[in-house]
Design a protein around this ligand. Structure first.
Ligand SMILES: *Cc1c(COP(=O)(O)O)cnc(C)c1O
Length: 403
């Protein structure tokens, strides 16, 4: 390589990656970053000229190309153009932003909401704005990377509790000085495992130990609760969470992130959080699409029923073949494979049979727990789900993952 220094640590790290990628590609085990050519009805996509069933999308309610949402985005372009050319605080705020924030606040049963340019940026900025040196944050071990990064960036004391283990969380809280500021933070639905945080117990503990509670609802909006509003509805605990964070890029077919909370907290973020003050406002089309999508979810509750039926069919089908789907109760369905190479190999078999799934390997998950992380949506047809189960089953048998 003709880098500056052919033997420093950076060069060696890049070289190690280069070698790993070359190995995967030469063995036809690399399926990341594939461009989708076309999005077709029924959660199908065209990739490399072939029509495939898509089982890696977070479009849980199948809202991509919803006519109302596409129309709202187009109308916003006609009205406002394509960019905001500034930050919200200065020239970037449009009426569509304030409408969107009102819609989110209503949807989340909160007093107010604030939006940012991505979910990742939202977690970084919100955790690091709330917490600082001398404060304590308590984070589930399987929390999303953006939460971990926000905790580290905050400079607060960082404590991690075992996954969904409320007894461990209590031990950590008990061993913290009573008079310091504390924040407990967790995913609502875990992005690699599909299981749900024990919110009732977590609320009890945060009350008992006088801690703030923040929940990341990236995978629960449109998924949990009878009307899809998320984890508070699911547990019948509206108003229990101090800071409800979410993304506009999963169930909501747009991009961006948000927080819903009490008015004073949102006002504070609007004037103190750096991702709001120093980064451009959401583009008009994306804000309008998100605004319409929240309304569509409430107007079309049948989508949530469909999602629940499809989820049941998919999980039960895989389980009955002998797969270990871990603790999932939601549309995120891990299919345990074991070693990384097994997960890559089953992916190849599925992809060759027009089932678009992807593997999750270490370090994203612990070594030996490599898996397919498949997702099912309201837009899949039951007959297509049956076909995907068959394909994954055949591949699993061939590789000895199931008998
Ligand atoms: C996807 C995701 C995010 C990041 O959201 P983006 O809008 O994609 O940046 C944050 N938290 C969790 C749990 C996620 O799954």
């Amino acid at each position: 390589m003709d880098f500056h220094n052919t033997n420093d640590a950076v060069t060696r790290r890049i070289q190690a990656f280069t070698d790993r990628l070359a190995y995967l590609k030469s063995n036809d085990l690399y399926f990341y970053n594939q461009p989708v050519q076309e999005i077709l009805p029924g959660m199908k996509v065209r990739v490399n000229g072939r029509e495939m069933g898509m089982y890696a999308s977070y479009s849980y309610l199948g809202l991509v190309h919803h006519p109302r949402i596409d129309a709202a985005a187009k109308a916003a372009v006609d009205k406002f153009g394509t960019g905001t050319n500034g930050v919200r605080t200065l020239a970037g705020t449009l009426t569509i932003h304030t409408e969107l924030e009102e819609t989110i606040a209503n949807f989340k049963h909160a007093e107010a909401a604030i939006t940012y340019s991505s979910g990742y940026a939202t977690n970084l900025t919100v955790v690091s704005t709330l917490m600082g040196r001398g404060d304590y944050v308590f984070s589930d071990k399987l929390n999303h990377a953006s939460i971990v990064d926000g905790c580290l960036m905050s400079g607060a004391e960082f404590r991690r509790f075992r996954h969904n283990d409320m007894a461990h969380l209590e031990t950590l809280l008990k061993n913290t000085p009573a008079d310091v500021a504390k924040l407990v933070i967790a995913d609502s639905v875990f992005s690699m495992d599909g299981d749900i945080i024990d919110l009732p117990k977590m609320v009890e503990l945060t009350k008992k130990y006088n801690a703030w509670l923040m929940i990341d609802e990236a995978h629960s909006v449109g998924v949990l609760g009878k009307t899809g509003t998320g984890i508070e509805e699911y547990f019948n605990m509206y108003g229990a969470i101090d800071i409800k964070m979410g993304t506009l890029s999963k169930t909501i077919p747009s991009v961006g992130g948000y927080v819903a909370a009490k008015q004073e907290i949102i006002n504070y973020f609007r004037h103190a959080s750096r991702a709001y003050i120093f980064s451009a406002a959401l583009p008009p089309a994306q804000a309008a699409a998100a605004n319409e999508a929240f309304k569509v979810i409430l107007d079309e509750p049948w989508r949530i029923e469909r999602l629940n039926e499809n989820t049941k069919q998919f999980i039960n089908g895989l389980k009955s073949l002998g797969f270990d789907t871990m603790l999932t109760e939601t549309a995120i369905v891990p299919v345990l494979c074991g070693e990384d190479d097994q997960a890559f190999a089953i992916t190849r078999e599925c992809q060759h049979n027009d089932v678009f799934v992807l593997p999750v390997v270490s370090p994203a998950v612990p070594e030996g727990l490599a898996r397919l992380r498949a997702t099912v949506t309201a837009a899949h047809e039951p007959s297509e789900i049956e076909r995907a189960i068959d394909v994954i089953g055949e591949a699993g048998k061939k590789l000895g993952i199931i008998k």
